[in-house]
Design a protein around this ligand. Structure first.
Ligand SMILES: Nc1nc2c(ncn2[C@@H]2O[C@H](COP(=O)(O)OP(=O)(O)OP(=O)(O)O)[C@@H](O)[C@H]2O)c(=O)[nH]1
Ligand SMILES: [Mg+2]
Length: 646
């Protein structure tokens, strides 16, 4: 269990932590000199040492500064704590940072805690009782309502046993951390160098587990490093988990590369964002509503950054009211679903609002549409699996499952059986059952209409069909959909073309006759291809008739027209396509004209004509002088050769 102190300056936080743990957490010369805490302090208390049950439990303390200008430091310490220890000095009573720290704790959603009314040796019992009553009233509208309020004195020791008893009971009641099963994430609050150990990063583990030897990533950033050794709650361990203070020694990382506000996380979960959608409540003590355009300090994890507010729903937030808000961050941060957010005003003098992240990869556009609000509703559900199912049920273009898992900070879960799924090295995507049905219907309807208006053609090619029917559906899902339709016999795919099964290719008698006549010469023409004029002459047919017929045959997927009047049969085209693929494979995905010329033995001009044809039909994509293999193209994969019918 991690306990965080809170309370007005000089109310005795550091002194109480010292009385409980024996550790002096004010260590900076400036802190000692001025008697004021500036940095976060860390100390630990063993329940065993104090004779409590269960033995061996170690409570971590994060001692926060109370200075009004250091609320951001208090916030960095308070994020991720399990239990709040709010202090109010009996002589001073409730003061501004008593209120503000209480607001911070409430907005962080911290519902477990106690209030110590300190310096009781300095006030008479009536005064102490009055302060206790004030505090109880103050807690009323917060998640800490009803928490124990205990009079203590760090100087005389009065009340300390009762306070410890509450802490030990709370530690005993701390069940296995709810987020232990999630991916590992630690909010960094310090980095230093230790002789013989190297760079050490400390922070509160927000979720998951980590082991010595694991590879972790610093976020924001790309830096990865192995865990050389670990301390949890100030003890050397081989594994640490959510709900612990943790020090991680990282191999080969320089201290300068790390700062407070970063996260240390599993590389698969690395997620950097400049735009988050959050569920937010405006503090009931605010006097004005929160409007779009407001500039605020956003505190996420141990980071703080300036952000612009866009209130999504309702259009503005009244004090005490909850709603959905987008934060546009001035600087990228690591953030995940469920992370707590606290907003302070632009001059950092007031704590305004708090809530949690719904979507760390929030959209720039369409952020208030009914569709988007339905997605945010889905993201508000309590369990990751429920969110996944609900999101699939409302996402018209499907879901990127890897991105979803990373944003949620969880490993991908089970999918409903009836979704459409595409998985490969590059993508893992799913489309909900209803959306799959609707998309299928749309494809069949568009294809039917296409056949009706292009009776002479076999059908559109797959890329064109996608543009006509489902332009926004991601390519991997489009491919999965098409092969499902094909597998179910609802469409047929011939080369690059797609058609309804009943849209048979019926050649006219003339076309049939000509097709037969040209089959052999086309095949014999090899990689050079055959010209209409030569085919007409050799077949003894009129050139005009041959030209019209071959155009029709190519529209039906029977032939390929590479440049005007130059034709290839599918088998030859497939061999050329396979060669282009193998050139690309040995060249990091690119096909240069010279390499393709050498691979085919063709002249430069013809080689380029064929590459440009491949650009047009979607096998390659030209960028400058280089033709890149489209990773998502299925043309001329080995199965296609079997389709070569002429
Ligand atoms: N008489 C008396 N004095 C106390 C008690 N607790 C703390 N003090 C004194 O109050 C002063 C401030 O105590 P700190 O523990 O530094 O206060 P703090 O809340 O940590 O202050 P910041 O971290 O700067 O916000 C010190 O001089 C302490 O000796 C107490 O129980 N009784
Ligand atoms: Mg202090």
């Amino acid at each position: 269990m991690i306990v965080g102190t809170a309370g007005h300056i000089d109310h005795g936080k550091t002194t109480l932590v010292r009385a409980l743990t024996g550790v002096e957490t004010d260590r900076l010369p400036e802190e000692k000199q001025r008697g004021v805490s500036i940095e976060l302090g860390y100390a630990f208390l063993d329940t065993a040492a104090a004779g409590a049950q269960p033995a061996g439990t170690r409570i971590g303390f994060i001692d926060a500064p109370g200075h009004e200008r250091l609320v951001h430091t208090m916030l960095a310490g308070a994020t991720g704590i399990d239990f709040a220890l709010l202090l109010v000095a009996a002589d001073d009573g409730v003061m501004p940072q008593t209120r503000e720290h209480l607001a911070v704790l409430s907005l962080l959603g911290i519902g477990r805690g106690l209030v110590a009314v300190t310096k009781c040796d300095r006030a008479d019992p009536a005064r102490v009782q009055a302060v206790v009553a004030d505090v109880q009233a103050l807690l009323q509208q917060t998640p800490l309502a009803g928490a124990p309020v205990l009079p203590v004195s760090a100087h005389t020791g009065e009340g300390l046993d009762a306070l410890k008893a509450v802490l030990f009971q709370a530690a005993a009641d701390t069940a296995a951390h709810a987020r232990e099963g999630e991916a590992f994430r630690l909010a960094v609050d310090r980095a230093f160098t230790l002789d013989g150990v190297g760079t050490v990063v400390t922070g509160t583990v927000h979720a998951g587990r980590v082991n010595v030897g694991d590879e972790l990533q610093l976020v924001p950033g790309e830096r990865r490093a192995r865990v050389r050794s670990l301390h949890a709650q100030n003890r050397a361990v081989t594994t640490a988990h959510a709900g612990q203070r943790c020090a991680v020694a990282l191999a080969g990382v320089d201290k300068q590369e790390i700062e407070r506000g970063q996260w240390l996380c599993e590389p698969a979960m690395a997620m950097t964002t400049e735009r988050v959608d959050v569920q937010l409540s405006l503090w009931h003590g605010e006097t004005k509503p929160l409007r779009s355009g407001a500039i605020v300090h956003a505190h996420l994890g141990s980071a703080s950054v300036l952000a612009a507010v866009a209130v999504l729903d309702p259009p503005l937030l009244e004090p005490g009211q909850g709603g959905r808000v987008q934060l546009v961050l001035r600087k990228p941060l690591g953030a995940w679903h469920g992370d707590r957010v606290v907003l302070r005003d632009a001059s950092a003098s007031r704590t305004l609002a708090g809530g949690h992240v719904l979507d760390p990869c929030a959209p720039v556009r369409y952020r208030r549409t009914a569709q988007r609000l339905a997605e945010l509703d889905a993201l508000a559900l309590p369990a990751a699996q429920e969110r996944l199912n609900a999101l699939l049920a409302v996402a018209p273009q499907g879901l990127d499952l890897r991105r979803f898992a990373a944003a949620q900070g969880v490993r991908p879960g089970e999918l409903p059986a009836d979704v459409l799924r595409h998985t490969d090295a590059h993508a893992d995507m799913a489309l909900g059952a209803l959306q799959t049905t609707q998309a299928s219907e749309r494809v069949l309807q568009v294809l039917g209409a296409y056949h009706a208006s292009h009776t002479e053609e076999l059908g559109p090619d797959a890329a064109r069909l996608r543009r006509l029917a489902l332009p926004r559906l991601p390519e991997p899902l489009w491919r999965a959909l098409l092969s499902r339709l094909q597998g179910g016999g609802l469409v047929q795919v011939r080369g690059a073309f797609v058609h309804l099964p009943e849209h048979g290719v019926r050649l006219s008698a003339t076309e049939e006759r000509l097709a037969q006549k040209v089959a052999t010469p086309l095949q014999a023409s090899g990689f050079e291809g055959a010209w209409v004029r030569d085919l007409a002459r050799d077949a003894g047919e009129p050139e005009a008739l041959m030209r019209v017929t071959l155009v029709r045959l190519s529209q039906r997927g029977e032939l390929y027209q590479v440049v005007k009047d130059l034709y290839y049969p599918p088998a030859t085209m497939a061999r050329l396509g396979t060669l282009a693929r193998s050139v690309a494979a040995s060249n990091g995905g690119s096909v240069l004209a010279a390499a393709f010329r050498d691979a085919t033995g063709l002249g430069r001009k013809r080689a380029i004509q064929i590459l440009e044809h491949f650009d047009r039909i979607g096998l390659l994509r030209r960028v400058g002088d280089v033709h890149w293999l489209r990773a998502d193209s299925q043309l001329f994969l080995s199965t296609d050769t079997a389709d070569a019918s002429l």
